[in-house]
Design a protein around this ligand. Structure first.
Ligand code: EPU
Length: 405
């Protein structure tokens, strides 16, 4: 499995905190990673990643602005806010807009920075943040909602703050645990990561670090789904089963046989998948990033299933496209109810975002006839060379250039 995108992005931003040359191994070649690399370069931290190892030198930062043209292509650019405030005492970061499936506010990130003593204002679409004289100060932050991004941003800001910061209702996602471990390896003093209460003792300075990223749990889930939907058998090498607890429970409930071995996970799909009921939730709950893939599975499972989306209630733009392929999905009040069909039929479909693309590709693998997924480039934000790798396990899939109208 490739390295986790959503752990690599905050670690890359965290490298801004470190004067010197740091290396993160197992960074996937993805569009979002390239965007983050550009954001860092804009700030004066030049880096590159031959062979999936991201090397960056943040000895000297020259700018504090993350511009609109980069942030609009990737919301995770907001991750530079905390590190810039901590290291440079100020930051100017374009306010991310909405995304394909609705509003995605950053109020919790901003509130966190304010509680650390920063002054925040909005100027022509930019967040302007300024640390108090003497730098950020440790504080107590209780989030009303568990937010991966806000937890990460506050963690990065707090590591160089004076005194102790306590984050309550912190996100427990493996990607946040990895970020905390990365920061600790660089000399930070963070405790409690992996629980919902994280304590950060501010330190004066971090030092360069060389660190291994974790494998991507969402990519692993997607490949298991690809085997499951095609009645296939695959051996997944290098995934972390301990990051996939609830996801495995649902695969098993659907009849997928998963055997965890020392170095791999053996996946054997049943003749027909069985329906299941899923509720997305913050980790260790079922990840919203696999909701779309599981909707594709439920579309061909036996019986009626459902997915209730509690993180992003409108993240269902793939549903009308799956319906065009013959799926029977009814959306009501952020719950998708699916009656499994014995088959889907290939069609022209359009993807709107990364995870929607994965659902359409999965459905296309099993649909009768040919499926053309338009705007499939969204998938390159989260899956490296997906078509080659699926072809490697027997899929009939290729990427083609379709001339415009
Ligand atoms: N929220 C707020 N205010 C904030 C921040 C979040 O109300 O300031 C709300 C969101 O609207 C949402 C909930 O809190 O309802 C959780 O959002 P969170 O902040 O956890 O999401 P995120 O950090 O923006 C990350 C991943 C997403 C993933 C979510 C949920 C990265 C770069 N992105 O986003 O990944 O869906 O956590 O697990 O880590 C993807 O990879 O396709 C993707 C979208």
């Amino acid at each position: 499995m490739g390295g986790a995108k959503n752990a690599a992005l905050p670690m890359m931003a965290a490298a801004l905190l470190i004067p010197g040359r740091s290396i993160i191994h197992n960074v996937p070649h993805l569009r979002d990673v390239v965007t983050m690399q550009r954001v860092l370069a804009q700030l004066g931290a030049r880096g590159g990643y031959p062979n999936h190892s991201f090397e960056v030198d943040a000895t000297e930062l020259t700018q504090v602005e993350a511009p609109w043209d980069l942030v609009r292509t990737m919301r995770a650019s907001i991750y530079v806010l905390g590190p810039l405030l901590a290291r440079m005492g100020r930051a100017r970061v374009s306010l991310p807009g909405g995304c394909a499936w609705g509003p995605r506010p950053v109020d919790l990130h901003l509130r966190g920075m304010e509680l650390l003593g920063a002054k925040i204002s909005l100027d022509h679409g930019y967040i302007v943040a300024e640390a108090p004289p003497g730098g950020l100060r440790g504080t107590h932050i209780g989030f009303d909602i568990s937010s991966v991004g806000a937890t990460g941003n506050v963690l990065m800001a707090a590591v160089l703050a004076r005194g102790t910061t306590v984050i309550e209702n912190a996100s427990r996602e493996p990607e946040i645990v990895t970020l905390a471990e990365f920061l600790n390896a660089a000399g930070a003093s963070i405790h409690g990561h992996g629980t919902n209460k994280i304590t950060v003792e501010g330190v004066r300075e971090l030092h360069p670090v060389e660190f291994d990223n974790i494998p991507d749990r969402i990519e692993a889930g997607t490949f298991i789904a690809a085997a499951a939907i095609t009645k296939g058998r695959v051996n997944l090498v290098g995934a972390r089963p301990d990051h996939l607890g609830v996801v495995f429970d649902h695969f098993r409930e659907m009849g997928v046989d998963l055997t965890v071995e020392a170095q791999s996970i053996q996946v054997i799909a049943p003749e027909r998948l069985q329906a299941t009921r899923i509720v997305t939730a913050p980790y260790p709950g079922f990840p919203t990033d696999l909701q779309a893939a599981f909707l594709a599975l439920l579309s061909v499972a036996e019986g009626s299933g459902s997915i209730s989306e509690t993180i992003y209630p409108d993240r269902f733009t793939h549903v009308p496209e799956l319906v065009r392929m013959g799926a029977d999905i009814v959306l009501s009040d952020h719950v998708a109810t699916v009656r499994g069909m014995s088959k889907l039929s290939g069609a022209h479909v359009t993807s709107t975002d990364l995870r929607a693309s994965s659902a359409l590709v999965l459905a296309g693998l099993v649909a009768e006839g040919e499926t053309l997924v338009h705007r499939v480039y969204h998938i390159d934000r989260g899956y490296e060379r997906i078509e080659e790798r699926l072809r490697g396990v027997g899929a009939d899939i290729e990427r083609i250039d379709i001339p415009g109208p």
